[in-house]
Design a protein around this ligand. Structure first.
Ligand code: GLC
Length: 737
């Protein structure tokens, strides 16, 4: 074996990265079996164990001991090329079988260069943005010795109270699937053994985002039909994109925890989808089976989780502690153990860990390059959504004599990064205040006041803010959430602007100055009061390391915002969960008819719907055309529409195609996104945009779990959001008609 590794290492050094190729699968399987046959039970259980490093990236002494014993399959949070290589050396050169450790880390939206949060990337409606962001993140993370990221998070989220909506692609399965594919391809490339790529991980399997009341970690009650039609598609897209691992979730699904759920982990993921990578549990989620009240003790937790299909245990140690006794008592077959080890070894071989176990320490100095920062700035600009622009307040002139920048988030750098910042540092970020200062002409005097705190705070700041506003020609007001108000364990029962920010906005609005509000936040907010008070509203999300320059690019017109909402903004938190692809019900909302589905105290419509976003120019859609009035169940329908820029600025429009199946064996949503294209048009330019609908778009999972297209009448809508648009209808006819 040593001779083989030496030969492989020589090959590695001589192999240019571009020529790097995945090991043939037959070769991988052969090597897996050969290694598996040589392993003891203790070594096999060791491969199933992932332990946690120190928060800042150091390994622990215990890790070295276990590595030399060949009993540590993976670690998370250990990073830094030199540190990784030190621990890796203990495993590769110190253990009996030389099996490398897999180093994992949460690289969710950047490693050192932090990109916009994934929800913002989704708002670009441009998967290429997410793919490039992930590719840059993989390049930086791999330079630091990271070989595996616990991303993409592909959970569908329909409730904005849930803090982790920030980490995913919002409420729609079609958009979520497109982003899932893009991120997997960005992280892994075509071959995740390449030195600048990392193994990806689709999480959290499954339906973690359906947490009741939007409260993180809460139970979920989701029908199989809704699982298959709403929550599963982005995971399936990740499998089709070749994702190497899955992470089982912390929540229970109707009382069966996702980290011990045979239906999701084996029936769907393995038998139906043919996934052959491995599943890692979420952080102590195997141990938490006890707290769920699903098992009585650690032995049962280990038995149920491993049997159900959780291959690697993150941080808790029940597999190692209880495995030997379970096998000895024949309460758990060693075949189950071997299959879990097989999956992990298979992925390690595919990741090139045996040929290239060590990080190239020379690469680590190229983090935060100007090229990466430029990518982050462009991604942030493409992700912003213009929600309101009354009287054309935006874009602002760059040469105003006095400009007031106000708000608790104007100079806050950490807030720009959001949650899960990898090894990103707030001090690397450019604040919105500094971005504005750098963008305006030298003769413009920029005055700043916080006005209030994000949460709490007295009124003296408001008086000071009003004072500088009165001296200015325009006001930029930067409001929103702190970085710790979204992400994991950060659900909010009230999703309005926190603290006294709305009061500040209203007092400033009363001055009658041209005022633009920039929002920095990690979730849809309930903005009713703010929208009424302000003329211009720009959703900047948590835009990352280059957030300041990117916001300035949009505010002063260097970038014309073209993003659209990937999640619905409600009028009130009381409407949550609120999403566009809802069922019709037997009494569809009619605000004029009491006995229909609605509230007494707030309109049932959202404040800003899914797919909505304005531009500094205007677009007109026309000439909707269908290739036929009817198609057979296995047929295809071509749809075309003309989009024209009839304003004075170049800009992007996201043309969106929705369908509605009017009668099906399971009631389907009033709209389902089945196509989108972001097009850039010069002033006066028109273009025909084409879509195609086939069984993949028209079909759905019926109650028997089968995917099918059912004959009947369909409506289709083509527009610039999930509301309105050009309409048409067509028939789907039975086979052979
Ligand atoms: C956390 C999160 C998961 C993350 C893991 C490792 O609990 O749920 O998304 O990847 O632990 O940090």
């Amino acid at each position: 074996m040593h001779g083989f590794i030496l030969a492989a290492v020589c090959l590695t050094l001589a192999t240019p990265w571009s020529a790097w190729g995945a090991l043939p699968s037959a070769d991988v399987e052969r090597r897996v079996e050969a290694l598996l046959r040589r392993m003891t039970v203790a070594e096999k259980l060791g491969q199933l164990q992932q332990l946690d490093g120190e928060a800042e990236g150091a390994a622990r002494p215990e890790h070295f001991d276990l590595a030399r014993q060949g009993r540590l399959g993976s670690v998370l949070n250990v990073r830094g090329a030199r540190r990784v290589n030190e621990l890796q050396k203990a495993a590769v050169e110190g253990s009996r079988l030389n099996i490398p450790i897999l180093f994992g880390f949460d690289v969710i939206h950047g490693y050192r260069t932090v990109f916009p949060i994934p929800l913002a990337e989704a708002a670009s409606f441009d998967p290429a943005v997410a793919q490039r962001d992930a590719a840059v993140a993989a390049d930086e993370a791999s330079a630091a010795g990271v070989r595996w990221t616990f991303a993409p998070m592909v959970d569908i989220a329909r409730d904005a109270r849930w803090g982790r909506i920030a980490e995913g692609s919002g409420e729609d399965p079609y958009l979520g699937s497109a982003l899932a594919r893009a991120r997997v391809q960005g992280f892994q490339g075509l071959d995740y053994s390449a030195p600048d790529k990392v193994l990806a991980c689709a999480k959290h399997w499954a339906a973690y985002g359906a947490a009741e009341a939007g409260r993180d970690y809460n139970t979920t009650e989701v029908s199989e039909s809704t699982l298959r039609n709403v929550y599963f598609p982005p995971f399936r897209a990740a499998v089709q994109a070749g994702v190497g691992t899955f992470m089982s979730a912390l929540n229970d699904l109707g009382g069966v925890p996702s980290s011990a759920n045979p239906f999701t982990l084996t029936q769907v993921l393995r038998k139906e989808w043919g996934f052959d990578g491995f599943v890692v549990s979420d952080y102590t989620s195997v141990q938490e089976l006890i707290a769920h009240g699903f098992v009585a003790d650690g032995s049962e937790a280990a038995r149920k989780a491993l049997s159900a299909g959780v291959d690697m245990e993150m941080v808790s140690r029940l597999y190692g502690e209880h495995g030997p006794a379970l096998f000895k008592a024949k309460r758990l077959s060693e075949k189950v153990l071997d299959e879990a080890v097989r999956r992990i070894l298979r992925v390690k071989f595919r990741a090139g860990l045996f040929e290239r176990p060590y990080a190239d320490e020379a690469r680590e100095k190229f983090l935060l390059s100007s090229e990466n920062l430029r990518a982050a700035r462009e991604a942030a600009g493409r992700s912003m959504v213009l929600l309101r622009n009354k009287d054309g307040v935006l874009p602002l002139a760059k040469d105003l004599d006095v400009l007031a920048v106000i708000g608790p988030l104007a100079e806050d750098k950490a807030a720009l990064l959001g949650a899960w910042t990898g090894d990103g540092r707030a001090q690397d970020a450019v604040s919105i205040l500094d971005g504005i200062r750098a963008a305006v002409s030298p003769k413009t005097q920029v005055m700043f006041a916080r006005g209030c705190e994000v949460q709490g705070g007295g009124s003296e700041g408001i008086a000071q803010a009003l004072e500088i506003a009165r001296k200015s020609r325009a006001v930029i007001l930067v409001l929103g959430e702190g970085p710790d108000m979204s992400g994991e364990a950060s659900s909010r029962s009230d999703i309005g602007l926190p603290g006294r920010q709305l009061e500040l906005a209203r007092r400033l609005a009363a001055l009658g100055l041209p005022t633009a509000v920039v929002l920095v936040n990690g979730r849809p907010l309930a903005l009713t009061g703010l929208a009424e008070a302000t003329l211009a509203l720009l959703e900047a999300w948590q835009p990352g390391t280059q957030g300041g320059p990117a916001v300035a690019d949009v505010l002063f017109g260097g970038v014309n915002p073209g993003g659209k909402l990937p999640a619905t903004f409600p009028r009130s938190v009381g409407q949550e969960p609120l999403y566009y692809n809802h069922k019709s019900t037997g009494r569809p909302t009619d605000e004029t008819n009491k006995y229909t589905s609605k509230y007494l105290d707030v309109p049932s419509s959202p404040l800003y719907p899914f797919g909505y976003g304005l531009s500094y120019t205007d677009f007109v859609l026309s000439d909707l055309s269908l290739s036929a009035g009817s198609i057979p169940v296995d047929g295809r329908l071509k749809v075309s529409v003309q989009v024209e820029n009839n304003g004075r600025r170049a800009g992007d429009e996201v043309v969106q195609l929705y369908i509605r199946d009017l009668a099906a064996s399971v009631a389907r949503p009033v709209r389902e996104l089945k196509g989108f294209q972001r097009v850039s048009l010069a002033p006066g330019e028109a273009r025909v945009v084409e879509f195609e609908l086939g069984p993949e778009e028209l079909g759905f999972y019926a109650l028997d779990g089968r995917f099918q297209v059912e004959p009947g009448r369909f409506h289709l809508f083509v527009g610039d959001s999930s509301v309105g648009g050009l309409e048409a209808s067509f028939m789907v006819l039975p086979r052979g008609s």
